[in-house]
Design a protein around this ligand. Structure first.
Ligand SMILES: Cc1cc2nc3c(=O)[nH]c(=O)nc-3n(C[C@H](O)[C@H](O)[C@H](O)COP(=O)(O)OP(=O)(O)OC[C@H]3O[C@@H](n4cnc5c(N)ncnc54)[C@H](O)[C@@H]3O)c2cc1C
Length: 387
């Protein structure tokens, strides 16, 4: 067993850290508050090959795995730039495409995802179904050579920045008459696809949308994969990369908050010559948060290693646990950082309260802490399903 990164992974981590620090949290917040996107950072990360680290080299990527993409997510977040679309476009969409797309789909989309010139976002959540994906109501019906899509999606991130949205819909299986899931690559400017931006209490340059699909016509080759049978495995293929990279983003955010707070408490003096960090009422909560973040990082490393070794089922358990641990640790770290900074903690300048909304959302999305506990109770502890 080794806890060391390879020399290449070490180099990647250092390089991404340097890039993230060059932009920093100030840039991230400025873009968010101006209603703009982190276009420059995304483009530079793409040019440097960081957005495509997990995409096979024959499609313009770096040929690495989720370990490498998790490093990119964590280090950008640790520099104060937690980019949610890393989880959606390179982690979910690229994985689903190279594992289950047709060769034509891979050739068409992966090079753009790898160099960052293209983004594909992911739409599964629906207002009525919520966490219960078995209730999805978006339906795809055959229409001549192509498909006709109807339904509603909610909280879909980054639709305004993406060329395509990977829509999860239901189709009818003619052999059984049962509805089965399928994924469709829908251009964001398709006729019949409209969106409205949700007002979210998160300081983020990335936006969430309600999507309305009203008789959206797509050609046959918009169906992801060779046949309808690709739908379910493709849906599952995106889950582990999603869990692992969102956990890495949480761990990075936690590291960022603890670093900001530690710098402050080591130098702030309000009782004579001693720093406030010398008081254990201040240093212990920070140390506790640092332990939680480090534990989460270990689980992320385990999950990524298992995933990259092709051990998907075990990676599923570790990935869910890593996502749970990192979500909790990030929320704790940011809240603790705000507290130990006192009034400064609530200012924009000190750059920690600006993350409160994001880390709070990290306990809900992309999978809530309760649904992970359900998964662990059922699949690890052998408990009956309650729902
Ligand atoms: C910032 C943000 C970005 C997002 N981006 C995307 C995106 O890009 N694409 C996308 O498809 N979706 C996206 N989502 C949606 C996200 O995945 C969902 O919000 C999440 O899965 C929870 O679904 P829900 O909001 O409908 O909650 P509900 O299902 O209504 O649940 C509400 C609460 O009840 C709990 N609950 C529900 N069922 C159970 C149960 N059986 N046992 C115990 N507790 C339960 C939940 O854990 C939750 O706390 C995003 C959400 C946010 C906040």
């Amino acid at each position: 067993m080794t806890f060391d990164l390879t020399p290449e992974q070490d180099q990647l981590r250092d390089a991404v850290r340097a890039l993230g620090r060059r932009y920093g949290h100030g840039y991230f917040v400025e873009k968010a508050k101006a209603g703009e996107h982190t276009t420059e950072l995304w483009a530079e990360a793409g040019r440097l090959g960081y957005l495509g680290v997990n995409i096979p080299t024959e499609y313009g990527g770096g040929g690495g795995g989720i370990t490498e993409l998790a490093i990119v997510c964590e280090e950008l977040a640790a520099a104060g730039c937690p980019l949610l679309l890393l989880v959606v476009s390179p982690a979910i969409a690229a994985t689903v495409l190279y594992r289950h797309g047709t060769e034509e789909q891979r050739k068409r989309h992966l090079p753009g995802l790898a160099d960052g010139s293209q983004k594909i976002v992911f739409a599964i959540t629906e207002p009525e179904a919520g966490s219960n994906f078995h209730r999805l109501g978006t339906v795809a019906r055959r229409d001549g050579d192509g498909w006709l899509l109807n339904g509603r999606k909610c909280y879909i991130s980054g639709v305004d920045e993406a060329g395509h949205v990977l829509v999860v819909a239901r189709t009818e299986d003619s052999s059984t008459g049962r509805l089965k899931p399928a994924l469709f690559l829908v251009p964001t400017d398709a006729a019949g696809l409209t969106r409205s931006k949700l007002d979210m209490e998160i300081v983020s340059p990335e936006n969430q949308f309600l999507l309305y699909l009203d008789d959206v016509r797509v050609p046959a080759d918009a169906l992801l994969g060779e046949s309808l049978d690709a739908g379910l495995p493709a849906l599952f293929a995106g889950l582990n990369p999603e869990r692992i990279t969102v956990a890495a983003m949480g761990a990075g955010t936690g590291r960022y908050a603890i670093e900001r707070a530690s710098e402050y408490t080591a130098t702030r003096k309000v009782w004579g010559g001693r720093s406030i960090g010398s008081h254990q009422g201040v240093s212990h909560p920070l140390a506790h948060a640092a332990v939680q973040v480090e534990l989460a990082r270990l689980m992320i490393q385990k999950a990524a290693t298992l995933y990259d070794a092709g051990r998907d089922l075990e990676a599923g358990v570790s990935g869910n646990m890593a996502k749970y641990a990192a979500g909790e640790a990030a929320a704790l770290a940011v809240d603790t950082a705000v507290q130990v900074l006192g009034g400064a903690g609530m200012t924009t300048e000190y750059g920690v309260a600006t993350l409160l909304g994001a880390v709070r959302a990290g306990r809900i999305a992309p999978v809530s802490r309760e649904m992970i506990l359900n998964f662990v109770a059922q699949h690890v502890l052998g408990q009956d399903k309650s729902y």
